[in-house]
Design a protein around this ligand. Structure first.
Ligand code: ZN
Length: 260
């Protein structure tokens, strides 16, 4: 899904949850912009992307989301909301790998329809034989007839572009109505939070994603000179450093014990 959809949705949810504090809602929006940093922006061959499939895996799993939540729960909320939306997309868009990297431990297993392992390479941690087990224990009507890929979690959104725009406009409209009593003032507060309070993170994210997308969609597999490559790497590194630079200051772990 598009980044603007993720950010708008998280911002809307954040406003409902933390209405008295706009900057917390903005943090949820920033959190929602983080998972897609795992897109194929690295400089490598197409075959490598196809092989490792890190997008919607590396930063779209429960472990990453939990780590961000421990760092800052408001950012973490944004990450979880991002994953929730991506989880609703169909296999065309890839769903998400909720348990990455655990699912990757199962490698190259060829099973017959009975679930018996015929050949395997790499670590196998799933030692039971799932298809046969499911078939033995499931209700008669629910027995699987074909092998099911359970690596990724998918949802019903076949046309993700339609879902994208629907969720984006719905979130946008919702925010306007939610803040209607003082909308102009809200926009001023919102823009100053985004650009004045979180200046480095905002510019860093814009820089990183806009150059990354330019690279991914337009330049990646064309003849790019070394100087152009250097410019792209520098721009994205600068963006990344700006995010990390201000990001550190957001360290806000939840205290389990109340201080007196
Ligand atoms: Zn995503």
């Amino acid at each position: 899904m598009n980044l603007n959809t993720h950010v708008a949705f998280a911002l809307a949810v954040g406003l409902v949850l933390f209405h008295n504090d706009l900057s917390l809602a903005v943090l949820a929006g920033i959190g929602a912009a983080l998972p897609d940093l795992d897109r194929e922006y690295i400089f490598t061959r197409r075959a490598m992307f196809a092989r490792y499939q890190l997008h919607r895996a590396l930063f779209h799993n429960l472990f990453f989301a939990s780590a961000v939540t421990l760092f800052n729960p408001y950012l973490g909320l944004g990450v979880f909301l991002h994953m929730l939306l991506d989880m609703l997309t169909s296999p065309t868009d890839g769903g998400i790998e909720l348990f990455f990297p655990l699912g990757r431990l199962v490698k190259d297993i060829k099973m017959d329809y009975e679930g018996r392992v015929r050949t395997s390479r790499g670590i196998m941690w799933l030692l039971e034989d799932p298809v046969r087990l499911i078939n033995r224990t499931a209700d008669v009507g629910l027995r699987e007839t074909v092998k099911m890929p359970w690596l990724r979690v998918y949802g019903p959104f076949k046309n993700s572009r339609l879902a994208d725009w629907t969720i984006f406009y719905f979130s946008f409209l919702f925010i306007q109505l939610f803040e209607i009593h003082d909308l102009l003032n809200w926009w001023i507060q919102f823009l100053s939070t985004v650009f004045l309070k979180y200046t480095f993170i905002t510019i860093g994210l814009v820089l990183f994603y806009s150059i990354g997308e330019l690279w991914r969609k337009k330049l990646q597999f064309k003849n790019v000179t070394d100087n152009q490559k250097l410019a792209i790497i520098s721009g994205m590194t600068l963006g990344g450093l700006m995010i990390i630079y201000q990001g550190q200051s957001l360290f806000m772990p939840v205290r389990l014990t109340k201080s007196k």
